[in-house]
Write a new protein. Sequence first.
Length: 198
Amino acid sequence: MSTLNANGADRAAGRRLTERIAGAPISWGVCEVPGWGYQLGTERVLTEMGLAGLVATEFGPDGFLPEDPHAKAELLASYGLRAVGGFVPVVLHDTKIDPLPEIEAALAGFTAADAGVMVLAAASGLDGYDERPELDADGWRALCAQADRIAELAARFGVLAWSPRSPGRAWTASWPPPTSSRTCCCSAPSTARWCSAR
């Protein structure tokens, strides 16, 4: 018999650990990318999340869950799940595009569904992940300034804006940023990791 099963305190600690692990529809192949492949249905994915022992999930791509935040939370609860946050891809490097209206709408939904983490992705502005823009110093300055604005806005909503450096996002094509932009990057704590080369 393992120590985990032999000791009640260890079993309780194990339960606490499972309460801190969340799933994501992408783990079931559900993705926003056109032509990604077969997309499993919401019912199947949420059922299998519960069967896997998950108690929380991110929202998944637009259209996977109902648009209304309260309806999202209710649907997740009907499968024994709660929302922890979601993935929000927005264009950050183009100064002609203001991402804040879209972000503010998303954050209102996060708050209503009691989801506390927004995974912010610097979208390329192109369909799919096959092509990426090469960012120059101005593009990096814009990306980092927008990321800071979004992190500050998210904090006002009580939501953590976090951003991974993952393949297919705008910054991977020219990472690290050009030397001339290293000093401008991301001052907000949640986005500073983007510009670790500064």
